[in-house]
Design a binder for this molecule. Structure first.
Ligand code: UD1
Ligand code: CA
Length: 478
């Protein structure tokens, strides 16, 4: 991994804060190299679509406007990005990245800040790097700063041509490059920070590429670098960040790069990994020191693991929060759940959205919890379904207890009081309340509220028929 010091800002901290950037994300390409009916930018890396990964990288810069350029398959993309406060520009047919930016100009409007142009297929981009480009552009009052990187193989990426003084003069697409240019190791990431006026000057000067018939945004470098143009290139600190996805091979590589990046981040945060080769940690996961992750753990979305948590083998957590000292797994699945301090979950438990487990709760094998609060110290250790319920502190939920929360049309709530004991194989037919300290006998179907401290039973009395087995045998042998 190559580290480069951040270049010092020429005008330093005294420069006035710059107007917020406007952002264009290019997502109108056909993506034919994926061989997929799904638009390329909707393929996922570490559980997140490529285009959302790019938007998430730009969001911390608080852009004044974000325009996504979409093409013929725009309906699916617009649907996925709905609710993010974005503007969409249509480019149909796709005539190249330069044309795509031109199509965005109306939606982009005007503004004083710079214009960031981002390829929609670079899922590993980080906000820090975008900030670096913005700061560099402002400090040097540059027309354009773009991101470069040096992957192990330059492949189809555009080659960055620099002059004798190290200034970039052109980006040459691999297919247009001379044999000599193809040997250049530094390539274009497809991430640009333009001075707004310079972008406006450059776009009309970009000519159709004679080989492909497309307008290449990359030609803006040669257009602006000519004469007294001020163009610079900044190399990514870690080449993996700029990895672009065109093929399934690239996508699989991105998944593995992202997985490695998650593993490294975890190790740096003070997390123990029992088997780093099989753990997956998404880019938005927060990890505290002294977390322990066992083999084949998968952490997705906005999962937060606090100090001293343990996640045992074959457990998937999505958008789930674990408080200090909580443990979950092996073989658990949790989504949208909150697990309190020192709570223990598993093996084979399922926590669904709205499952809230307070401190010292214990949830065991084949227990499913959905939209339910289990207060401090509740135990539900075997084979239960708890949905749309609130269970008071210290209550005991026996094996096979089911909240019958759905009447075929509506959901209803179940309340179990503090310290109540719900016997094995009880059905709680909601809406229903079991009072504080009440007991429900095994096998009871609870259809009426149970007062505090009462015992509820609904069993047909047992009948014992003495000598029945012998009489049966005798009848059979007749
Ligand atoms: C592009 C760059 C290349 C760079 C690479 C980095 C150009 C000409 N080449 O190549 O220098 O090394 O990215 O990953 O820019 N798009 C549109 N409309 C179009 C064409 C593309 O919106 O008409 C979008 C695509 O959806 C994609 C992005 O622009 O998200 C980049 O296009 P793509 O075709 O993937 O370009 P590359 O060949 O990878
Ligand atoms: Ca690409």
């Amino acid at each position: 991994m190559k580290k480069k010091p951040v270049q010092p800002a020429r005008r330093g901290a005294s420069a006035p804060p710059e107007a917020p950037a406007r952002v264009v994300v290019l997502a109108a390409g056909v993506g034919s190299r994926m061989r997929s009916s799904l638009p390329k930018v909707l393929h996922r890396v570490a559980g997140r679509t490529l285009v959302e990964a790019v938007l998430d990288a730009a969001a911390p810069l608080s852009p004044s406007r974000v325009v996504v350029v979409v093409g013929a398959d725009r309906a699916k993309i617009v649907e996925v990005l709905d609710g993010r406060g974005l503007r969409f520009a249509v480019q149909d047919p796709p005539l190249g990245t330069g044309d795509a930016v031109a199509r965005a100009s109306e939606a982009l409007g005007s503004g004083d800040g710079p214009v960031l142009v981002l390829a929609g297929d670079t899922p590993m981009l980080r906000p820090e790097t975008l900030r670096r480009l913005v700061a560099r552009r402002q400090a040097g009052n540059l027309d354009l700063v773009f991101l470069t990187f040096r992957p192990p193989e330059a492949g189809d990426f555009g080659r960055v041509v620099r002059n004798g003084r190290g200034k970039p003069t052109a980006i040459v697409e691999a297919r247009n490059a001379s044999a000599r240019q193809r040997k250049i190791a530094e390539v274009n990431a497809g991430v640009y920070c333009f001075d707004a006026a310079a972008l406006g000057r450059a776009l009309p000067k970009i000519r159709r590429n004679p080989v492909s018939g497309e307008y290449y945004l990359t030609d803006a470098v040669a257009v602006l670098a000519g004469g007294r143009g001020r163009v610079e290139a900044v190399e990514a600190e870690d080449w993996r960040e700029a990895w672009g996805v065109n093929t399934r091979r690239d996508l699989a590589a991105a998944e593995e790069l992202e997985r490695r990046r998650g593993v490294e981040r975890a190790l740096e945060s003070g997390v123990s990994l029992l088997d780093p080769a099989t753990v997956r940690i998404g880019p938005q996961v927060e990890l505290a020191p002294d977390v322990v992750l066992h083999p084949f753990v998968c952490l997705e979305g906005k999962t937060v693991l606090s100090e001293g948590c343990e996640v045992l083998a074959f457990t998937r957590l999505k958008d789930t929060r674990l408080e200090p000292g909580a443990a979950i797994g092996p073989h658990c699945d949790a989504e949208g759940a909150h697990v309190g301090p020192r709570a223990q979950v598993g093996p084979y438990s399922r926590l669904r959205p709205g499952a809230v487990l307070e401190e010292d709760v214990r949830v065991g094998n084949f227990v499913e919890v959905k939209n339910t609060v289990l207060r401090k110290g509740v135990k539900a250790l075997h084979l239960a379904y708890l949905g749309d319920a609130e269970v008071g502190a210290g209550a005991n939920i026996g094996a096979g207890v089911i909240t019958c929360n759905y009447d075929g049309e509506k959901k209803h709530r179940t309340t179990v009081g503090e310290g109540a004991f719900i016997g094995t194989d009880t059905q709680l037919v909601a809406p229903v309340t079991v009072g504080k300290g009440a007991y429900v006998g095994a096998g009871t179907t609870v259809t009426q509220d149970v007062p505090d401290g009462a015992l509820a039973l609904s069993r047909s009395p047992q009948v014992n028929k003495e000598g029945w087995a012998a009489r049966r045998k005798a009848r059979k042998n007749d």
